[in-house]
Design a protein around this ligand. Structure first.
Ligand code: BYC
Length: 319
């Protein structure tokens, strides 16, 4: 049988995507689809790993044993998501060490949100409520991603993220119903985390270089602006229930559409953060680099152990 040309292979591939048939690791796929997925999934994995740092900062200072246990579990979940996602990226033909080096050298991106500091305990509430809330909004759509492995990973991750969102909202609820100082802490955290949370969804659709192709390939199902709007529509009533004020003077409900109009995001701040100039970018990188160096002996020991085991199972491999 005559081999198919690249154009024919691409047509078949797109027909499969259009018919909602999942693409699996061993299926033929265009190189550009593969690279887009490696880029997105690895950025997502890095975000989970770097995302442990702002919250990890509060593990030793959680206000009670119960809060500490919950926070520990949440941060461990993020580590699990990161490892899970690195494995998903590896199925596309890239090895983990390369991905880790891209993060540590500053070449790879991770979510802008994790370059802001966690100044008070209320920030842990705001992260769970807003950051995990925004992450779920985005990731529920990714559960229908055309790459089957990523979609299935998202299914599981979303379940854990919804627990994270609930724990954050509950922290905010307790603070909002507490003393005037606690209410003020909750309001201050909302003031600082609101706009960075909206930036998590990425640039406006008109300025998003990858969206059009990713939507065609059904990697992305819903656009950056639409997800951001859905997040605002869901979150503003939650803030009202807490009795807190969203820090946006332009925010108003459009009674015709039932959707909120919100003010302009500071895109200059967003661009500076993703260029590496946010309040904590350098600190985050230093922490990851130190963790990598300090963990060298663990990796060596693990590799030696697995090589020894492999030899035991197959002694003919000995050189
Ligand atoms: N921050 O064309 P666009 C979590 C980049 S972690 C930094 O719209 P795309 C959690 C973008 O990468 C949740 N960079 O791109 C963990 C691209 O750069 P390159 C993280 C951003 O990929 C711990 C350029 O801007 N979630 O849940 O079509 C504790 C142009 O953008 C950002 C994910 O990673 C940003 N905010 O769409 C708590 C979800 N936004 O590659 C919670 C998976 C954009 O050209 N990722 N950029 O250099 C996605 O869904 C998509 O990648 C995005 C961007 C919607 C983020």
């Amino acid at each position: 049988m005559q081999a198919l040309s690249i154009v024919e292979l691409e047509q078949r591939f797109q027909a499969k995507v259009d018919a909602e048939i999942k693409i699996e690791p061993k299926d033929w796929m265009p190189d550009t689809y593969r690279h887009t997925l490696i880029r997105q999934i690895s950025q997502h994995a890095h975000s989970e790993i770097v995302g442990m740092l702002p919250e990890g900062n509060w593990i030793t200072r959680a206000p009670s044993l119960r809060r500490k246990l919950i926070l520990l579990a949440k941060v461990q979940d993020e580590a699990g998501h990161g490892l899970y996602l690195y494995s998903a990226a590896e199925t596309l033909g890239i090895d983990r060490e390369t991905l880790v080096q891209e993060l540590l050298s500053g070449k790879a991106k991770y979510s802008s949100i994790f370059n802001y500091p966690t100044l008070t305990w209320a920030d842990i509430g705001a992260i769970g409520w807003l950051v995990d809330g925004a992450a779920i909004m985005n990731q529920v759509a990714l559960c229908r991603c055309s790459y089957g492995l990523y979609a299935r990973a998202m299914d599981r991750i979303c379940k854990e993220e919804s627990f994270h969102q609930r724990q954050g909202y509950e922290i905010m609820l307790v603070l909002a119903q507490g003393t005037p100082e606690q209410r003020q802490m909750a309001q201050d955290a909302l003031n600082r985390w609101w706009w960075p949370s909206l930036m998590m969804f990425g640039p406006k659709d008109a300025d998003s270089p990858h969206s059009q192709q990713s939507m065609k390939w059904k990697i992305k199902r819903v656009s950056n602006d639409e997800l951001r709007q859905r997040f605002v529509d869901i979150t503003v009533p939650q803030a009202e229930y807490l009795g807190l004020t969203v820090p946006d003077p332009e925010l108003r409900l459009d009674t015709n559409t039932g959707r909120y109009h919100y003010g302009e995001i500071d895109w200059t701040e967003f661009k500076e953060i993703i260029k590496g100039n946010g309040p904590c970018n350098r600190q985050r990188m230093r922490t990851r680099q130190k963790a990598y160096t300090d963990g060298e002996w663990v990796r060596e020991a693990a590799m030696a152990h697995s090589q020894k085991r492999a030899l035991k199972m197959n002694p003919t491999q000995a050189t």
